[in-house]
Write a protein that binds this ligand. Structure first.
Ligand SMILES: Cc1cc2nc3c(=O)[nH]c(=O)nc-3n(C[C@H](O)[C@H](O)[C@H](O)COP(=O)(O)O)c2cc1C
Length: 141
């Protein structure tokens, strides 16, 4: 069975709710998902998988969280070529970090399965459904 990691950083739980929606959709599409916080997996381990979902909220000044997620992603992006990737994250007032993040994924030679999913603060039902949709796309459904 296809195994798909859903790797996230979340300070107050908003991006975690999105990650859980991605996992649920992957699982109900017949693939195997596993949910992990970014500090529990190395970039080298993450790079073993052909399809992966990555979640991080907007932190700092419109950047990925700088202490755990950014170092992980900076390592992973060197190994992303040819992979299927989905991005998601919560933000509070801006959200432009997502466009920068999408551009990095594209420049790394990976295939974004859909535009990155953003939720304003706590994800509403529409944002959770958008997370489910990227889960289904990653699972190939
Ligand atoms: C230190 C800090 C920096 C933040 N920087 C941004 C930012 O640059 N742009 C933005 O839209 N939201 C920013 N936010 C708001 C968070 O992205 C927002 O609260 C989000 O819902 C947090 O999601 P999480 O619980 O998954 O971490 C910041 C929040 C904190 C605590």
């Amino acid at each position: 069975m296809k195994k798909i990691p859903v790797i996230y950083w979340s300070g107050s739980g908003n991006t975690k709710m999105m990650a859980q929606a991605v996992v649920a959709a992957i699982s109900s599409s017949g693939a195997e998902a596993f949910l992990t916080e970014v500090d529990k997996i190395t970039a080298a381990d993450a790079a073993q998988y052909p399809a992966l979902a990555l979640g991080c909220s907007a932190m700092g000044a419109e950047v990925l969280e700088e202490y755990e997620f950014e170092p992980f992603f900076a390592e992973l992006e060197k190994m992303l070529a040819g992979k299927k990737v989905a991005l998601f994250g919560s933000y509070g007032w801006g959200g432009s970090y997502m466009q920068d993040w999408e551009a990095r994924v594209a420049a790394a030679g990976a295939q974004l399965v859909a535009p990155g999913v953003l939720a304003l603060n706590e994800p509403d039902p529409a944002a959770l459904e958008a997370c489910a949709a990227i889960g289904r796309l990653l699972a190939g459904k």
